[in-house]
Design a protein around this ligand. Sequence first.
Ligand code: SF4
Length: 306
Amino acid sequence: MKKEMISVGIPKALLYHNYHVLWEHFFYELGVELVYSKASDKEILEMGKKYAIDETCLSLKIYLGHIAYLVDKVDYILVPRICSLKRFEKTCTNFYALYDIVKNLFKNKIIHYNIDADNRINEKKAFIKMGKSLGFSKSLSTHAYMKAKRITKRNLKHKLIKQNRLLESKKIKILLAGHAYNIHDKLIGGIVAKVLKNMDVEIIYSDIYDYREAKERYKEISPSLYWTYNQDIINAILYYREKIDGIILLTSFPCGPDSLVNEMCLRKIKEPMINLIIDELSSEIGLETRVESFIDIIKARLKQNE
Ligand code: SF4
């Protein structure tokens, strides 16, 4: 029997957390079936570790686990290659290499798009090319991308309105600052979020901020910073700094860009801040203790200022 729908596997890790709304609506418009991996858990991490070399950051190890989970369930797996989103800016080298890493480790067919602003390949061009590679026309692929982009913008607006409402809360407000794929991953940010929620703290996430208002704020800390995703984190910190009570910088080990940028933030930003570095051996109890102590210090500070 002829198979009617192409199925594309979406690993719920790394750039999924930045682009899942765009992906979902683009493929929906094309009539492509999407199959998602499950949320990160110990099993996913163990699978990822089998494929990763020791020096790989925790976020990428988790990502490889998600790929392994999907391998025998779909026709294709989506693995984007995002080198530069703006001219003279960079993402992380892992995002350059993602396609090749997955291609070399797994036998699946990969569907990918390549964004490289330095070589004048923007997101729109990349998505149209991806649509065409699946056999769809240029006009259908363009329509799917434009519609998905509109929905993504609307979605971000709603998220920002919702988050801004939390800023009016009387509870202690903590900015959970880091890459979207770390702060929203169950094995990384999820552990910290659980502790904060148990302590009745309002969590503000750094991947949601008013981009139009704050997109250049990172220059106050480092005018020459060229890692786009780290610019975003600093923009969000500076956007929220006066509206929150403290900042938790969250990093997965070992991360080159974060190790430099977080150090800079700790030195130059005066608001209460801790840097949590999570690796595969981090104990939940150890993390809980650090987060609880940080919140206790903030509570004492607020009491002093009453
Ligand atoms: S920026 Fe850091 S955490 Fe993200 S993929 Fe690169 S090394 Fe890993």
